[in-house]
Design a protein around this ligand. Structure first.
Ligand code: GLC
Length: 737
């Protein structure tokens, strides 16, 4: 009897063993909850394997766990498309032939749409391209606030206002991550210039930090659910942002409860102890130990590599630190590379080109549009009225998806402005370059190959005989002209464009200026140029989008995401000497505090050349009187403000109705008004819509440094509703008790 029992017991235990063996290990099972997979994987890993997860293994990949079949993480720049393949261990291009992508418009153009739906379309499409290229993290979007027009990377960001950037970044991240590709919102934080970007130590108040520079990152993490975030190169209050106790432990992982991965900017780590204790998870770089570059394959020298392992073994660093980092990295892997339910993506499809063109069309801003002889405006352009249209400017033919630094793209297609105009107007269109720049190189300016005087003279000569001039200029992502690692040196248009525009106007006043740039530029000729378009860097469909706007096939509806100052000194960051910009080489003080952009122009009564939120249409919108349903509110009550908006022109158009809040009396300085809501509506000719906004306590708050919290002080407030930050059409007063 006893023996029989033994046999049965053995049989059962064998059965259990084989059942367990057949059962997939929890971490390998897609149907298991991610946290269970993380826990299971962690329990199977050695200390060495956990530490390996925390560092790069190549230029754009970090370690997996080969023994357990846990894949590597593959990353790629962003944010405007998927960068071409880079060599394993140098910044050189791999010269593949299957990685020419779709270039979507630069993010200032996306912000200029003031349309979160465009942002959702953008994120989904660029995520499909990243997924198709087998990338697990797309290094973007960028949401650093536009503090100075000289910042070389403003074109990669979403403007000067924290509310607009917050609203526009969330749908991009959700769309991107719907493909099972992680966003990596960047550069966290206070990377608002490129001069001394690797070391400048930014000093600023808590109010400026919380009211201006953090909101877009907070929205990206808390509302957007970004699975990773990139630390910036600079320091904040004395500590490098990539291992900064305040930014990473207290705010990001503390207040915002971030469960994803903090990734350095490339070579952004500088200290093992800080990296271990101050919230860094993955250290990326270019064979550098963070201090010196050029040591080949120095990945083992990385701050989170052998030094960290050694410290864990000898007890300098607690095991809890590596378990937290490894858990976050595993969570990222299970959300991306080991998520078998994610879609397969797509690449350079018509759908993506249509998305790129639609976003560009919605983002192009009509700054000015009058007639040369006080008749009807020049735009939209009626081709039948002109025998000859002269297109002038190197930007009419230059590939602007090139240059600019890490956001550079190798594209399958880029329709130039000239090609777009020729497609519309045929051989009525003549072209002359007019001005020229050197080719895009990374760390210096190169002289143009042309004789610029003869280009200039030839353009003036041809302009005298043309019916209309379309000047296509701006910046071009060359060094110092909207480029990473090199701020601009002035607000002026480069390469002799200002002089050329003035000389062209002397022989022909019938001119449209199309500016391609990611930044504001000076326009001393503005009074004499009847029509001006701000067309950003529109990407693969550039020429088609610009031509559709010029002909009126699409009615422009973009609004400026940042102010265009008349001159550099009118900008806040340039009003407090070198210590406020670019700093003294060691530190920099944001002396303008919360008064950034239109907050400065409004409060200091310095009119902008073109204000934040400005953008014209080919139709006109009449606003009625704003009405509030209450005179006062308290606690969690909300005011409903309604306003009729009517299209009184004769073409369909979209208008961005903007709502700003002004605190009439407060114990601390507050801007005259701050953007707290907007709605983009489409109206047919003669159509009227009642636009309705809800205003609650959150829209009234400011950050109280003593309480370290957002508060609202009872008193009188104004609701400003308008078509730009200065074009206010109606005001409502109310009291918060
Ligand atoms: C660059 C940029 C960052 C980019 C990274 C990888 O230095 O600052 O935006 O994603 O390195 O190219």
């Amino acid at each position: 009897m006893k023996m029989k029992f033994v046999y049965v017991a053995i049989a059962i235990s064998l059965g259990v063993v084989s059942l367990k063996a057949q059962q997939k290990a929890v971490y390998l099972d897609d149907n298991q909850p991610i946290e269970a997979r993380v826990k299971d994987a962690l329990s199977r890993m050695t200390l060495e394997e956990k530490v390996k997860l925390c560092t790069a293994q190549s230029k754009f990949s970090s370690h997996g766990v080969p023994r357990l079949g846990i894949p590597e993480i593959w990353m790629s720049d962003g944010p405007h498309g998927v960068r071409e393949e880079i060599l394993w261990d140098s910044w050189g291009n791999a010269e593949w032939t299957n990685d020419s992508c779709t270039a979507f418009p630069a993010l200032t153009c996306l912000a200029a749409t003031w349309n979160p739906q465009m942002s959702a379309i953008y994120g989904k499409a660029v995520g499909e391209e990243a997924r198709y290229r087998r990338k697990d993290i797309l290094l973007g979007p960028g949401v650093n606030i536009y503090r100075t027009p000289l910042n070389g990377r403003n074109f990669e960001y979403m403007g000067e206002d924290p509310y607009l950037a917050s609203k526009m970044v969330v749908p991009y991240i959700k769309g991107l991550q719907s493909n099972g590709v992680a966003a990596c919102v960047k550069h966290y934080a206070l990377n608002n210039q490129e001069v001394w970007r690797g070391s400048i130590d930014v000093q600023l108040s808590d109010r400026a930090l919380y009211e201006i520079y953090l909101p877009a990152f907070k929205a990206a993490i808390v509302e957007g659910g970004s699975w990773s975030i990139m630390g910036s190169y600079n320091k904040v209050r004395g500590q490098h942002a990539c291992h900064n106790d305040l930014l990473l432990n207290k705010i990001l992982k503390g207040e915002w409860k971030f469960d994803g991965c903090v990734v350095t900017d490339w070579g952004g780590a500088h200290d093992t102890k800080e990296a271990v204790f101050n919230g860094l998870d993955i250290e990326m770089g270019s064979y550098t130990n963070g201090l010196s570059s050029g040591k080949k394959f120095a990945y083992d020298d990385y701050y989170l590599a052998s030094a960290y392992l050694k410290g864990l073994k000898d007890g300098t660093y607690p095991m809890s630190s590596i378990d937290d980092k490894a858990s976050r990295i595993l969570r990222l892997i299970f959300r991306t590379a080991m998520n078998r339910n994610r879609p397969w993506g797509s690449f350079t499809s018509d759908e993506h080109y249509n998305a790129a063109r639609t976003i560009a069309e919605e983002g192009i801003v009509l700054l000015k549009n009058e007639s040369a002889k006080k008749k009807e405006a020049i735009l939209p352009l009626n081709g039948n009225k002109y025998r000859s249209i002269l297109v002038v400017g190197e930007n009419a033919i230059r590939r602007l998806t090139e240059g600019g630094g890490s956001s550079v793209l190798k594209v399958k297609k880029e329709v130039s402005p000239l090609a777009g105009l020729q497609a519309k107007f045929g051989d009525k269109v003549k072209y002359t370059m007019g001005y020229a720049s050197g080719k895009p190189v990374y760390d210096r300016e190169v002289a143009p190959d042309f004789n610029t005087d003869s280009l200039h003279a030839e353009a003036v000569k041809q302009a005298a005989n043309a019916d209309l001039i379309i000047f296509v200029g701006g910046l071009n992502k060359n060094n110092f002209q909207d480029c990473e690692n090199a701020d601009r040196k002035s607000l002026a248009l480069p390469f002799g464009q200002t002089e050329l525009i003035n000389d062209l106007l002397k022989v022909n006043k019938n001119m449209v200026v199309v500016l391609l740039s990611g930044n504001a530029v000076e326009m001393p000729w503005i009074k004499n140029v009847p029509s001006v378009l701000q067309a950003w860097y529109p990407g693969s469909e550039s020429g088609n989008a610009i031509a559709n706007i010029i002909t009126g096939e699409v009615n422009p509806s973009g609004k400026l995401p940042f102010s265009f100052p008349v001159k550099l000194e009118d900008n806040a960051a340039h009003s407090f000497g070198a210590i406020a910009y670019p700093g003294d080489g060691v530190k920099e003080e944001y002396k303008e505090d919360i008064l950034v952009g239109y907050r400065w122009h409004d409060t200091k009564k310095i009119p902008a050349l073109f204000p934040f939120g400005h953008g014209l249409s080919y139709t006109q919108f009449k606003y009625g009187k704003a009405i509030a349903d209450k005179k006062d509110i308290s606690g969690t009550e909300e005011i409903t403000v309604t306003i009729p908006v009517k299209n009184v022109g004769n073409v369909k158009g979209k208008e961005v109705v903007q709502l700003y809040i002004g605190d009439e009396k407060c114990s601390v300085i507050r801007p005259v008004k701050e953007l707290k809501d907007f709605q983009k509506i489409e109206l047919a000719p003669g159509e009227e819509k009642i636009v309705s906004f809800k205003v609650g306590k959150d829209a009234l708050k400011f950050f109280n440094e003593t309480l370290h919290d957002w508060v609202v002080e009872p008193g009188a407030f104004k609701v400003y509703i308008g078509s730009s930050s200065t074009d206010i059409r109606s005001i409502v007063n109310f009291v918060f008790n």
